[in-house]
Design a protein around this ligand. Structure first.
Ligand SMILES: *Cc1c(COP(=O)(O)O)cnc(C)c1O
Length: 385
């Protein structure tokens, strides 16, 4: 018995959801389908690297699931973002609008190009980029020109906008897409956390020019490490595939390359695992949505804690369940008590504009992002047996 047991009723409840576990992780992978079979098959085929039947199958499955015309497998979600930005035409010295509350990979990928992120505030309702804030920022700082939109503050081109569907909650992506198209800014969705999430019946990641996904070990489905780019643009899909495979000009034996390429392809071994996981995606999401309904019912009666729900127009995968506590002290007390009692819980990412690498990047007031950072915790969200 610790002296602080303010949240013991919550911690005890979470333990009932995952019976028989001493330690309840935040998000644990589940390999209960064809994983071993497909991986063994990939080994037997000797095609374990970046060429193989499972890579093709994975890309086809991603097209089917998202409804995008083309999918390109990548080695991870960060590489997928990097390549999506590159093929969208983002160049060194450009700027990319994104949200202040995100995992570091979004801002890092922008930086790999030599472009600068601009950090905008999020929407309190869905924790993703706010369409109103985006509109207001462009009204204040945007200047339409022949080559797209220029940021009046810096004179640099605004070459892309990258919203992120935080924790699997879709942002108002149709409104964001409308603002981007009004300002002629390519839209790239960081859908790393939202595979299986839909907005107005359309899969997240398919509203703009390109969308990217991650299959890291903590995501809804995983292949150890992996990523994907989706698009309806055939040329961009071909270019992405080309650039992620060292830009090798196809030939039976000769090695010719026509760009500076990247070794960013997903190995067939990982693709085998990914195919087996994608077969279970719909079931996993259903399972997670049931868990979300259970959490929602429980937290309805708890004062001082708000449970975050999907918007009416959205169907979330509930990758990670989100609580908002009353203030930062309450948040820290919850994190300490939960983690000290075998229930893993974690805060939001430190806001991007506070990190040393990004301190000189432009940002707006980011008041909602700060409000959320002070209050947010994620609680155990794994698919249950
Ligand atoms: C997981 C994640 C990524 C990609 O991560 P990888 O580990 O490189 O696959 C990108 N953006 C966000 C927001 C993420 O959560």
């Amino acid at each position: 018995m610790g002296q602080s047991s303010k949240f013991s009723h919550i911690i005890d409840f979470i333990k009932t959801l995952y019976p028989g576990q001493d330690f309840i992780p935040l998000h644990e992978p589940r390999f209960t389908g064809n994983e071993k079979k497909y991986v063994a098959d990939a080994i037997d085929s000797t095609f374990v690297s970046s060429v193989g039947a499972y890579v093709n199958r994975f890309e086809e499955m991603m097209q089917e699931i998202t409804g995008a015309k083309y999918a390109v497998a990548t080695v991870n979600g960060t590489a997928a973002l990097h390549m999506a930005l590159l093929v969208a035409g983002v160049k060194q010295g450009d700027e990319v609008l994104t949200q202040d509350l995100s995992f570091i990979a979004t801002a890092n990928a922008i930086s790999y190009i030599g472009a600068k992120p601009v950090f905008l505030d999020i929407d309190r309702k869905n924790l993703g980029l706010s369409a109103d804030v985006l509109q207001a920022f462009l009204d204040e700082w945007g200047q339409k020109g022949a080559e797209g939109t220029i940021n009046k503050k810096t004179g640099n081109r605004i070459a892309a906008c990258v919203p992120m569907h935080s924790f699997g909650f879709p942002c108002e992506i149709d409104r964001i897409a409308a603002v981007c198209s009004e300002w002629n800014i390519p839209l790239i969705e960081d859908a790393a956390e939202s595979l299986g999430s839909y907005y107005k019946g359309k899969h997240t990641g398919t509203f703009g020019l390109l969308g990217t996904y991650s299959f890291n070990g903590n995501k809804t489905v995983t292949c150890g490490g992996g990523g994907a780019i989706v698009t309806n643009n055939e040329q961009l899909a071909k270019l992405a595939k080309h650039l992620t495979t060292q830009a090798k000009v196809p030939h039976a034996w000769e090695f010719n390359h026509d760009y500076i390429g990247y070794n960013y392809r997903m190995p067939n071994l990982n693709a085998a695992l990914a195919c087996a996981q994608l077969e279970q995606l719909a079931g996993f999401v259903e399972n997670k949505r049931k868990l979300a309904a259970t959490y929602k019912a429980f937290f309805q009666d708890i004062a001082g804690i708000a449970y975050c729900e999907e918007a009416k127009e959205a169907k979330a995968n509930y990758w990670l369940n989100v609580l908002l506590l009353d203030n930062r002290e309450e948040r820290d007390a919850f994190l300490a008590e939960a983690n000290n009692n075998g229930v893993m819980s974690r805060p939001a990412w430190t806001l991007m504009h506070k990190l040393p690498m990004f301190r000189d990047c432009q940002h707006d007031s980011v008041a909602v992002s700060q409000w959320v950072e002070d209050r947010l915790v994620n609680i155990p969200s794994s698919v249950r047996v």
